[in-house]
Design a protein. Structure first.
Length: 95
């Protein structure tokens, strides 16, 4: 049976400033908030690990916010762990 495509969006809702035109929820990039958020995101992904047997990951987007602003090792670790957490036939690559 062919697997269904799974397109994954990981929202990292932290911005160093607040743009006047933006209505998106965005948080101040406090270290403790970022750390707690990435921990919770990892817990959620691990909890979903076995609930997606009919799917395979076709693409992952990471947005927010400005995820690149974070440059947290914890976020990098979570992204490297993704292929083990999800039905992942892809070879991870950098842009
Ligand atoms: S999400 Fe983007 S547009 Fe909105 S406040 Fe953050 S940087 Fe600005």
């Amino acid at each position: 049976m062919e697997k269904k495509p799974l397109l994954l969006y990981l929202d990292i809702p932290f911005c160093p400033g607040r743009c006047a035109y933006c209505a998106k929820p965005a948080l101040e990039p406090r270290a403790d908030w970022r750390e707690g958020y990435i921990e919770a995101l990892g817990r959620e992904l691990r909890a979903q690990k076995d609930s997606l047997p009919d799917y395979e990951v076709k693409a992952v987007w990471v947005g927010g916010g400005i995820p690149g602003h974070m440059a947290d090792p914890q976020l990098g670790e979570l992204l490297r762990e993704l292929p083990r957490l999800l039905p992942w036939p892809l070879t991870p690559r950098s842009p």
